[in-house]
Design a protein around this ligand. Structure first.
Ligand code: SF4
Length: 478
């Protein structure tokens, strides 16, 4: 079989910007990569904090090295910029600061695009497989000439792995990012590839992340992976950690649309770190693809009841929505309050179509999570009927989505909880219910601290919020 695509794996055991720059430059030369025009670097900064979330993001030294290599190789440059939209409603500015990016950006005198502040423009999709006819993207993404994708090599509790393809979730602002971030997440990731493909990809796999995406367990992988095709890079990434590429559903869907291979035989794997050697090193690499009713068990005051789900391609579980958001929220709590699983009050989390009585303890509060959830029965002698309001993608108008504004998100749950303070249960609407909302409501019902109001987050995140609002306002006039 003809090997049309090339992917390189290089050894790199330290976050040394000069060393990384040398490796990236060598990789670019070998792959014939010459950045030009409007060059946009897209790292993964879903969440960053040096103490609480030290392994969730592409490291600043990696970004530094890639910028140096890009400058050395580029021709006909109009601009070099770093752009990203962080996760869980927190302003990207906050995470760039926590990740240490500001010094790197200043050192290289390049531009920053916070995707939550710039203009969002529609992009028409034309395939029959697309979930919708239009998606919205930040203007700098649509207008870039040379996108450089810089994912962090991480396991992912919803998608198995987040590499080049999955990193594109961060090219949308929250208002649009959560649309189809549910049973259709894998399809959405495939749709995202249609707006633009990276012309160069470099994955930070020096310290990789295991199990979770926001709070991964570090794994000393000591590798940088490079290529020019997302499918090829992700295929090699799968093999690096013993995953069958067919099990990375968004890779399969994207490859089936002709964006690249998912067969190792079509890829020439080079570099100085042989794939077999990487595989030997990653024998113990850990994933977490557990259903929440198995995941939260005896040693946790959170228990989960999972029903069935409304789409035929995934009737048993919703991998892209509420259950995963709950898992991530609980890990965020654990990052701030290590004993939270035992210290929280009892909470029952119910998701999907559930039938039959709920075996509740007398002091257990209930969260019915998400639009698709339905249940009917008695709680404390009161007849309760939770009805599904789930809508498939074609009934969701992407132009009428909620803003997911951080301030609103921080204030609304307090009001809702106060209004329902005498009730044993609450029904959270949304498809999905975001990680941020999970944090607020679990905090309120479980009577535990709220990381959003923790001193390690509160001041800096709120300053960043008002800077973001100001930046967004000013960008309207540019
Ligand atoms: S409401 Fe939540 S669990 Fe149900 S389909 Fe939507 S994202 Fe999935």
């Amino acid at each position: 079989m003809e090997k049309k695509h090339r992917v390189l794996i290089f050894r790199c055991n330290e976050y040394n910007p000069d060393k990384i720059a040398g490796i990236i430059k060598e990789g670019m030369e070998e792959l014939g990569v010459k950045p030009f025009g409007k060059i946009l670097l897209k790292p993964n900064v879903v969440l960053a904090h040096p103490e609480v979330f030290p392994h969730a993001f592409t490291r600043k030294e990696f970004l530094d090295g890639v910028i140096s290599a890009t400058k050395a190789r580029a021709e006909g440059v109009e601009e070099i910029a770093v752009g990203e939209r962080s996760g869980i409603t927190i302003p990207t500015r906050f995470n760039f600061k926590m990740a240490g990016y500001l010094d790197v950006i200043k050192k290289h005198n390049i531009k920053t695009y916070y995707f939550d502040e710039v203009e969002q423009v529609p992009f028409a999709l034309k395939r029959k497989e697309n979930l919708r006819k239009n998606m919205f993207f930040p203007r700098p993404v649509v207008e870039s000439d040379f996108l450089i994708n810089l994912p962090k090599f991480k396991a992912h509790p919803w998608c198995r792995l987040t590499l080049s393809l999955k990193n594109f979730i961060g090219i949308q602002d929250d208002r649009h990012r959560l649309v189809d971030h549910n049973l259709f997440l894998e399809h959405k990731i495939a749709d995202l590839q249609e707006v633009i493909q990276p012309k160069f990809i470099a994955i930070d796999g020096i310290t990789a992340g295991q199990k979770m995406m926001l709070t991964p367990t570090p794994f000393d992988m000591g590798a940088i992976v490079m290529g020019t095709n997302s499918c090829a890079v992700d295929t090699v990434g799968c093999h690096m950690v013993h995953v069958d590429p067919k099990d990375l559903i968004h890779l399969r869907l994207t490859s089936e649309r002709g964006f690249g291979p998912m067969n190792l035989e079509e890829i020439h794997v080079g570099g100085d770190f042989p794939l077999e050697e990487v595989q030997e090193k990653t024998r113990g690499f850990e994933f977490c693809m557990e259903h929440i009713d198995d995941y939260f068990r005896e040693d946790c005051n959170l228990s989960c009841t999972v029903g069935t789900f409304p789409e035929t391609h995934s009737p048993d579980y919703c991998w892209g929505g509420c259950p995963g958001a709950l898992q991530e929220a609980m890990h965020i709590f654990k990052g701030y309050y290590p004993n939270v699983y035992q210290e929280m009050k009892k909470v029952r989390y119910v998701v999907g179509k559930v039938e039959g009585p709920l075996p509740l303890d007398s002091d257990e509060k209930v969260i019915f999570a998400g639009d698709c959830t339905s249940w009917e029965g008695d709680i404390d002698g009161e007849h309760v009927r939770i009805e599904s309001s789930y809508r498939p993608p074609w009934k969701v108008d992407e132009k009428k989505t909620q803003s997911n504004d951080m301030l609103t998100r921080n204030l609304k749950p307090g009001l809702v909880l106060f209004k329902n303070r005498k009730s044993r249960y609450i029904h959270l609407k949304g498809c999905p219910v975001s990680v941020a909302d999970h944090v607020h409501y679990i905090s309120g019902l479980g009577k535990i601290g709220n990381p959003n109001f923790d001193s390690r987050l509160l001041l800096d995140a709120n300053i960043a919020y008002w800077q973001m609002r100001f930046g967004r306002f000013m960008n309207r006039f540019l």
